[in-house]
Ligand binder design. Structure first.
Ligand code: ADP
Length: 399
């Protein structure tokens, strides 16, 4: 059978992440990132067969120009004949999408409708869909939603205790994000545990710039920490996670506008706000080792909040088989994993320092030494592969 490649696109407001993935093996032939789109110093960096290249884009180049360059790269490297679909990461699918879909006019209008719930993400995703449709007119375009995996949550988990009309009339509820990642690592965990996914209960912690934790019962999301937007829950790089909602009126009485509060909670808080150093976990860890008090404070709040969430997610699960760490921090920070697991000894978890140190930089593995009870695992995530597999599957189904 000839190779079947899927072009995976992840559009941010000023960025475009792309990868050409073999839908059978998950191997990436071409991958890259266009950054600073719409700005003076727009550029595109790509990796082809292991070699890295950087190209400057025209001043103020937009997503369409980045995609034109991508088309050229695809053609120059004779990859177009094997391309079977373009898979798009779409952040918010509201309540309408419980799985991936082939994009048509109806899907575009549903993504547009739900954009008010993700104003930073969905409009950028739509720009990517439009540009890719123009560039790859003959290929099916697939939408894979961050929210879809969490649509199995029961109402007791997704409803806020607000007037019910806000849910009915304005769709105010918990949606959850990072669904593709939580789905992927839960499947991998079942393989490590050598049990059917239907028989196991997991808590997965996706810790990147954004952080979320999900309770997964028998392969289905039953609760998750992000809410109507990706701001709720854990401490993140620049996002506060949970705060008392009373803070809004307190800050507004101090003269803060809604926009300023939104900026403060999304861009100036989290590890950055607490440490006053950086949103980058590596910098904070370096300072933590040097006993910098702000770095110690930031990591303590981060780990305590995460451990509290993990402990609370044993409530919907009843029984816990494994905790999964993934995302840039989860996959690499042995320090954070150790601190979090040391707060969870009530569950019989005990860190194996050697295994914890080894499970870094793309290596997966069990990092606890329990003989019975739950274990903790490190599993590198691969959202792009899920998008490629879903896209290939949908293309197959319509043929
Ligand atoms: P995104 O959510 O944007 O996809 P990533 O999953 O790549 O982000 O995670 C980025 C985070 O991972 C950053 O805070 C970064 O500091 C952290 N990180 C990456 N490598 C390490 C490391 N070796 N040790 C600790 N943290 C790391």
């Amino acid at each position: 059978m000839p190779q079947q490649y899927v072009l995976v696109l992840n559009c941010g407001s000023s960025s475009l992440k792309f990868a050409i993935i073999d839908a059978q093996s998950g191997k990436e032939t071409l991958s890259g990132l266009a950054e600073c789109l719409g700005l003076e110093n727009a550029s595109l960096t790509y990796k082809l067969n292991g070699n890295k290249h950087t190209v400057s884009l025209a001043q103020n180049a937009q997503h369409a120009q980045a995609i034109s360059l991508l088309v050229q790269l695809i053609n120059d490297n004779k990859l177009s004949d094997q391309l079977i679909a373009v898979g798009h990461r779409v952040v918010h699918g509201g309540e309408q999408f419980t799985g991936s879909v082939i994009i048509n006019e109806e899907v575009i209008s549903a993504i547009t409708k739900v954009s008010a719930l993700a104003p930073l993400h969905n409009p950028a995703n739509l720009v990517g869909i439009e540009a890719a449709t123009k560039a790859f007119g003959t290929l099916p375009q697939i939408a894979v939603f961050d929210t879809a995996f969490h649509q199995t949550m029961p109402s007791k988990a997704y409803l806020y205790a607000l007037p019910y009309a806000l849910y009915k009339e304005h769709s105010v509820r918990r949606y959850g994000f990072h669904g593709t990642s939580h789905y992927f690592v839960s499947g991998q965990a079942a393989e490590v545990l050598q049990k059917p996914i239907e028989d196991i209960n997991l808590i997965s912690a996706h810790l990147g710039n954004g952080c979320s934790v999900t309770a997964i019962k028998g392969g289905k999301s039953v609760d998750t920490s992000m809410g109507i937007t990706p701001l709720e829950g854990l401490v993140m790089g620049t996002r506060s996670g949970d705060v008392d909602p009373g803070l809004f009126s307190f800050l507004s009485n101090l003269g803060y506008s809604a926009k300023k509060i939104d900026n403060l909670l999304n861009k100036e808080s989290g590890l950055l706000g607490l440490s006053q150093l950086s949103n980058d976990c590596r910098t904070i860890e370096e300072q933590y080792e040097k006993q910098n008090p702000q770095a110690i404070l930031a990591l303590n709040v981060f780990c305590y909040r995460l451990a509290k969430y993990i402990a609370s997610y044993t409530v919907p699960l009843g029984k816990l088989d494994a905790i999964i760490f993934t995302g840039g921090i989860g996959e690499n920070s042995n320090l954070i994993r150790e601190k979090v697991l040391n707060l969870l000894t009530i569950f019989g978890l005990s860190v194996d320092n050697d295994k914890n140190l080894k499970a870094r930089f793309g290596k997966s593995g069990i990092i606890t030494n329990n003989n019975s009870g739950p274990i903790a695992l490190v599993i590198p995530t691969n959202e792009e592969w899920v998008i490629a597999q879903d896209s290939a599957q949908l293309v197959k189904e319509v043929k």
